[in-house]
Design a protein around this ligand. Structure first.
Ligand SMILES: Nc1ncnc2c1ncn2[C@@H]1O[C@H](COP(=O)(O)OP(=O)(O)OP(=O)(O)O)[C@@H](O)[C@H]1O
Ligand SMILES: [Mg+2]
Length: 464
């Protein structure tokens, strides 16, 4: 027999909250005393509508609901309707129904409609408590596993990579990270491709009080119209044809932590409006659900586009920009911070040498000269790739200039016939993105690609 006094397993010390719905005041009172005596938090409702508003306002671990209400005391329709609506609002909320003694049909119908269990009235205290306890535990486990599933999909490793910044040009960046990193201010990070926007976002999160919570990184500009809302805000099972299960959105995943909205300038106007509303109210609704969740999220966003120009052209909402850029960090291109090149190069050399198990001593003078005179259109990412290549190409322990594979250019641009197919593709894509101020839809159109095909190529470029 279960130990009645054993406390329920709890998440972060919170007491399980139980919603009890019945239209008989004495039943509510008796259940309240019983459950409270077990250390549970109890909210009572005397009608279906009261129950719904309670669930819309807060999260519960279990709903214990009667099937029969005053309007129609015996058929159980009101209770069954309440059950259905509760399931629609939050499919992870375990519902236990109370049925009249001997009315097995009602219980069966309730289970068919998604009730997790039932208790018969008059109830047996011990059995009722055991049922509620089990359902609270299962419900929490279910919610936890959903959260973890979502997190595992999105979180890219926990450790913060080293941020190398020795140059004068980077000093303001470090100062801002130090000064406003710990605050809750929304930050917009702007800079060319590969300048380290994501690394800076990770640092801002790491130095804040939100660090123990998630940093959820999402390519905000990469979703088609239909998917955006469900990725951002989540959906409930059945919200649309493919919604086979409930799904937690990025905002909920980042609750208590930081949401990193990458490629923010590529979010289409319609989706910008939805983002703005959530940033203003801090409330989200999963697609297909009426239930409102409050979220506590700090938003860091990044772009390589000139958002000011996009605002002027009517392609980006000014009010959204003001929500996002409470603080703005500008990352200088690598060509404007030459002092960082030797340090970054040595850092990447160490990393790549370890990765490929090669013993390397450093760069020959000619190689360092080549590194310092290159214009680095792909910035730090290009430097990393170049050092990686050199580790693979080097014959001895020192990197020589040709190992780096850098093309000498008179006008700063490469000759197309000197490039590999992949490099040429990357160049075309970057040029198209530049021409269209980072607007992916337009760049894709100019290249004769679909938006998603261009995204696939951009992502391939980013993977190791
Ligand atoms: N200051 C730095 N110190 C160490 N590594 C860096 C630094 N800046 C960038 N990197 C590395 O360079 C690569 C590109 O950086 P990151 O992904 O942050 O750039 P980004 O600005 O987000 O680029 P994109 O606009 O293409 O998304 C990453 O591997 C990152 O770890
Ligand atoms: Mg990035």
């Amino acid at each position: 027999m279960p130990d009645r006094t054993a406390p329920l397993p709890r998440d972060a010390g919170s007491r399980p909250r139980i919603l009890v719905a019945d239209d008989q005041a004495d039943v509510l009172e008796a259940l309240r005393i019983l459950l409270k005596g077990e250390g549970l938090e109890v909210v009572t409702a005397s009608s279906p509508s009261e129950s719904l508003s309670a669930v819309e306002q807060g999260d519960f671990d279990v709903a214990l609901i009667d099937l029969n209400y005053a309007r129609d005391t015996t058929s159980g329709h009101e209770g069954l309707d309440l059950l259905t609506t509760l399931r629609e609002l939050d499919a992870t909320l375990p519902v236990v129904v109370m049925t009249a003694w001997g009315s097995v049909e009602g219980a069966v119908e309730a289970m068919r409609r998604g009730a997790r269990d039932y208790v018969e009235k008059p109830w047996d205290n011990e059995r009722l408590l055991a049922t509620v306890r089990t359902q609270a535990e299962l419900g929490r486990a279910l919610r936890r596993s959903q959260l973890l599933e979502g997190e595992n999909l999105r979180l890219k490793g926990g450790d913060v990579p080293e941020l190398i910044a020795e140059s004068e040009a980077m000093r303001p960046v470090l100062e801002v990270i130090e000064r406003i990193g710990p605050s809750d201010a929304n930050v917009l990070i702007v800079g060319e491709h590969g300048t380290g926007k994501e690394i800076v976002a990770r640092w801002l999160h790491a130095v804040s009080e939100r660090a123990p919570h998630a940093l959820v990184a999402v390519n905000a500009g990469g979703f088609s119209e239909g998917v955006f809302e469900s990725e951002m805000f989540g959906h409930v099972k059945g919200a649309f044809t493919d919604a086979k299960t409930d799904r937690v959105g990025c905002f909920e995943l980042a609750d208590g932590g930081t949401l990193f909205l990458d490629e923010i300038a590529n979010v289409p106007l319609q989706q910008q409006a939805k983002l703005l509303r959530v940033l203003e109210t801090r409330e989200i609704q999963r697609v297909g659900s009426a239930k409102i969740h409050r979220v506590d999220v700090r938003v860091i966003s990044a772009t390589n586009a000139n958002v000011g120009e996009l605002v002027a052209a009517g392609d980006f909402r000014e009010d959204l920009l003001y929500r996002l850029n409470t603080v703005e960090i500008r990352l200088p291109p690598l060509r404007d911070r030459l002092e960082d090149i030797p340090v970054l190069a040595a850092h990447f050399l160490g990393q790549q040498a370890a990765r490929y198990r090669r013993e390397m001593e450093g760069f020959a003078p000619g190689a360092m000269e080549a590194l310092l005179s290159h214009s680095w259109p792909g910035n730090v990412r290009e430097l990393r790739h170049s050092v990686e290549r050199s580790v693979l190409m080097a014959r001895g322990r020192r990197i020589e200039a040709p190992d780096l594979g850098l093309k000498r250019r008179d006008d700063g641009s490469a000759l197309i016939e000197e490039l590999t197919l992949e490099e040429a593709e990357r160049l075309m894509i970057e040029k198209a993105l530049d021409r269209h101020q980072g607007n992916v839809s337009r760049a894709a159109e100019a290249l004769g690609l679909s938006r998603s095909a261009l995204y696939r190529r951009l992502q391939r470029r980013d993977s190791e």
